[in-house]
Design a protein around this ligand. Structure first.
Ligand SMILES: [Fe+2]
Ligand SMILES: [Fe+2]
Length: 260
């Protein structure tokens, strides 16, 4: 079993597809991951399940890999306390979680934007351009940049869990580029496809960050580093040259427009 704990998750799932269902039952959604090189033991550690659930999950995985055999269940080493029901965040992580709330409000508007998509009229095109501006200026430049250029630099950014986050950000940028190219061609089908895919990507991405990544990063930062991080986040916001309130106003306007 130890050998499988040290294998990349995609390799384990390829060999034993049932492992994906077991992980899903514990709310660990590795199946659709774009990277998949995280080691099984690291995934167990990062998700920080209560000890009894963790042992139960590993035992079920062991039974899938070695059916009917009695296997010694390896204990996953951890330096920090196991997860409690309520997640609390440090101040800098709270800033990111609050920014996620505004991004999730945009994600919630995407079905209505797609349903009313009009790439031919000036008003319809402006809605698409404003949505892209929100994604580029707020979700990406204001928010993802703090993660990529500041927060992730506090860690080894070749860590698999961070690679997954970078890859999600890159995929998001690809969808935005495709939306703009399709807008030039007035191709509403392609705009709808990429906008919808962006919404799905971001809602899964934010869930991973809120529930797994940010609490894990918090557990691995000292108080003094958290203070330094908070200061750097504030400086980044002050230096960006525009206020986030413009984007809150945009979301409010869109919510009022598409209110049922
Ligand atoms: Fe992110
Ligand atoms: Fe984020």
């Amino acid at each position: 079993m130890e050998a499988y704990m040290n294998k990349g998750i995609k390799e384990v799932i390829d060999q034993f597809p049932e492992v994906e269902d077991i992980l899903n039952e514990y709310d660990i959604g590795c199946g659709p991951c774009s990277v998949g090189t995280c080691l099984l033991k690291d995934i167990v550690k990062i998700h920080n399940l209560p000890a009894d659930q963790e042992q139960e999950m590993i035992a079920r995985i062991a039974q899938t890999i070695y059916p009917g055999k009695k296997i010694e269940i390896p204990r996953v080493e951890r330096k920090t306390k196991e997860r409690t029901e309520k997640v609390t965040y440090s101040l800098p992580m709270k800033m990111l979680v609050e920014e996620h709330v505004l991004i999730k409000r945009l994600v919630a508007l995407i079905p209505a934007i797609v349903e009313n998509l009009d790439a031919k009229s000036e008003e319809g095109r402006q809605i698409i351009l404003d949505t892209v501006d929100f994604i580029r200026s707020y979700a990406d430049k204001f928010h993802h940049a703090k993660e990529e250029e500041i927060l992730f630099k506090y860690f080894d950014d070749s860590l698999d869990i961070l690679k997954v986050m970078y890859e999600d950000h890159t995929q998001g940028r690809g969808h935005v580029q495709a939306i703009l190219e399709a807008l030039d061609r007035k191709d509403e089908t392609t705009i709808a496809k990429h906008l919808t895919a962006y919404g799905v990507l971001l809602s899964q991405h934010i869930k991973k960050e809120d529930e797994i990544l940010l609490p894990w990063l918090d557990r691995n930062l000292s108080i003094s580093r958290i203070g330094k991080l908070f200061k750097e986040f504030k400086e980044a916001d002050d230096n960006i040259g525009y206020s986030a309130s413009k984007y809150e106003a945009f979301i409010e306007r869109m919510e009022a427009k598409f209110k049922k």
